[in-house]
Design a protein around this ligand. Structure first.
Ligand code: AMP
Ligand code: ZN
Length: 471
């Protein structure tokens, strides 16, 4: 049974899709006003692992993702400046140029870490008629009102607006809303949110459309409700996002979708936690943005970054530092080296393979325990089974892990070097040991051998010189 933590019920639940064997999934996509940082990419890696784990467990998955290219203001509470307009001003480009450039940059990094693209990718600006239709229906049903030229959702009409929160958190959230500096006097309730802006605060808002309420543009939340319904229908199984999306974005998505549909919309909410740097949460608005491409320029393999992410649980915050990443790189390179040493040495032991695959599937199905899944990969490599079976398992597990171990191992066999730093370190240690032996200082020579062993490197004296391999 596939199980994971549902933010809606605050428990780990057995997953039961609306249609047996099929999963309708939606992912909040990037706001393309700037580069996606490695934190954003962590979220997409964990979602990719979820999709692939569901497929590994036998489900058919249809996944839809939006691209936010309009309407997301710099504060999630409808205040501040439109992020796209902000990006355009910063770079002296048009909003559409900004959207194109950062959408392309996003997918470059998204692909590089081994993510599969969603089945449907839809920019918000493609769906303006759908947004207008939903807003019209919400007004007809009495859930939305026009004030000061804008259209607002009336959260006072709902019995339970704070679907994700306990009463304690509700108080905190209300304080958060009250403290917002720019209070909008048109709102009937503090938590009401904009469905459609016509009285733009931004005279230079570039993207505007005709609507029954005048020329304007949509609020941020409406796009995810409309785009998901357009492609997945009225019932959805899993909605994904980062924890910062829980409030207000996902809370508002549920409010407007269920008011529009008149029934429950999405059963499972999957939220992954943030990547933090030592100074706190990474964010695009903080200035210097660390991207996967930048890591690549510094010599880090994007798959090693994926490995770093998979080693920790998606519901825990993860702290990024170069030291932590370096450790993951070393471990990843060792894995590649080990896989490169496997030989096609006969028939695959199908029983042993199935046994490991079941364990692996169990780990992935148990609230996406990717670090356990990685441990099972290590167990398989250490197990008393032939190399052919090990290779078959590496290939099988990579359907979820997407570490491209076999591809990297082949490249290694074709002359690409193991991590250059590692190689230099080992060669230097071997040279020091040779010196010690020449000086008949066997204690030092043995200490160097032990030092290497402690780092997972074994050396062997052969007639052709010293050979080494990763343990
Ligand atoms: P955005 O482009 O800002 O809309 O964010 C894209 C995705 O990244 C959303 O699902 C966010 O929840 C998520 N996200 C934002 N900041 C972080 C972070 N520091 N670590 C992990 N995910 C994040
Ligand atoms: Zn969304």
């Amino acid at each position: 049974m596939f199980r994971f933590y549902n933010t809606l019920s605050r428990t780990i639940e057995d997953f039961k899709p609306n249609e047996e064997g099929k999963v309708a999934m939606y992912t909040c996509g990037p706001t393309v006003y700037h580069f996606a940082h490695i934190g954003n990419i962590r979220t997409y890696i964990m979602q990719d692992a979820l999709v692939k784990s569901l497929k590994y467990a036998g489900y058919e998955v249809k996944r839809v993702m939006n691209i936010t290219d309009v309407g997301h203001l710099s504060s999630d509470a409808d205040t501040g400046e439109d992020k796209m307009v902000e990006g355009a001003k910063r770079e002296h480009k048009t909003v559409m140029e900004i959207a194109k450039f950062y959408t392309d940059a996003f997918f470059k990094d998204f692909d590089a870490v081994g993510n599969a693209r969603p089945d449907v990718i839809e920019p918000a600006t493609n769906c303006i008629p759908e947004f207008i239709h939903m807003v019209e229906t919400l007004i007809e049903k009495g859930y939305a009102y026009v004030a000061g030229g804008n259209v607002y959702f009336d959260t006072g009409k709902l019995d339970d607006y704070y679907v994700f929160s306990s009463s304690v958190e509700k108080d905190d959230l209300e304080i958060g809303v009250r403290d917002d500096v720019e209070e909008d006097v048109n709102k009937r309730n503090k938590t009401d949110f904009v469905l459609w802006f016509t009285k733009s605060k931004f005279e230079d808002q570039a993207l505007k459309w005709e609507s029954p309420w005048g020329v304007g543009y949509p609020g941020w939340h409406i796009e995810c409700s409309c785009i998901s319904m357009k492609h997945l229908g009225e019932y959805m199984d899993i909605h994904c996002g980062g924890v910062d999306n829980i409030f207000p974005h996902h809370t508002n998505e549920i409010a407007q979708s269920e008011a529009y549909l008149g029934h429950k919309w999405c059963n499972y909410w999957f939220h992954s936690n943030h990547l933090n740097d030592q100074s706190g949460k990474m964010s695009k608005s903080k200035g210097a943005i660390l991207t996967v491409s930048l890591l690549q320029e510094k010599g880090y393999d994007p798959r090693a970054y994926r490995f770093f992410c998979l080693q920790s649980h998606y519901r825990k915050p993860l702290v990024f530092s170069y030291e932590n990443l370096d450790n993951a790189v070393l471990a990843y390179n060792k894995l590649v080296k080990r896989v490169s040493e496997l030989k096609e040495d006969g028939a695959v032991d199908e029983i042993a393979k199935k046994d490991f695959e079941n364990k692996f599937c169990e780990a992935c199905s148990n609230d996406l325990n990717t670090s356990m899944a990685v441990t099972i990969l290590y167990d398989a490599l250490k197990a008393d089974i032939n190399d052919a079976t090990k290779l078959a398992l590496v290939e099988s597990f990579d359907k979820v892990l997407s570490l491209d171990l076999i591809g990297h191992a082949k490249a290694l066999g074709e002359g690409a070097s193991v991590d250059a730093d590692l190689e230099a370190y080992v060669n230097e240690a071997i040279a020091r040991r040779a010196e010690a032996k020449k000086a008949k200082d066997f204690a030092t020579a043995d200490a160097i051998r032990d030092e290497l062993k402690a780092k997972g490197i074994e050396i062997k004296d052969t007639r052709d010189g010293v050979e080494w391999h990763l343990l």
